[in-house]
Design a protein around this ligand. Structure first.
Ligand SMILES: [Zn+2]
Length: 94
């Protein structure tokens, strides 16, 4: 009798909105992916903090912002000075 009641309770919302279970599944998957991304970002940040950033170059990011970037760990370090930027532009042109 208890089992029958549980089945009825569980199936009622499904009949009202058949996509609800699918939405919940999608939401859970998205939450899982977000937490995985956050964990990986922390892992990358830890790794970048161990790096001494000895090899660096000026690189543009996807927003076309030029910054010094570590070749080894990929960390964005600092903005180049006017002089560094000028030299970099000249080197790209040639
Ligand atoms: Zn580095």
């Amino acid at each position: 009798m208890v089992i029958v009641v549980i089945i009825i309770v569980n199936t009622v919302p499904m009949e009202k909105n058949p996509d609800q279970n699918k939405d919940k599944l999608l939401e859970k998957r998205a939450e899982l992916l977000k937490s995985e991304i956050k964990a990986k970002e922390t892992e990358l940040s830890d790794l970048q903090n161990q790096c001494k950033h000895l090899n660096k170059e000026i690189k543009m990011d996807d927003k076309n912002i030029a910054m010094w970037e570590c070749i080894d760990c990929g960390k964005r370090l600092k903005y180049p000075s006017q002089n560094e930027l000028k030299k970099w532009i000249e080197r790209i042109r040639n």
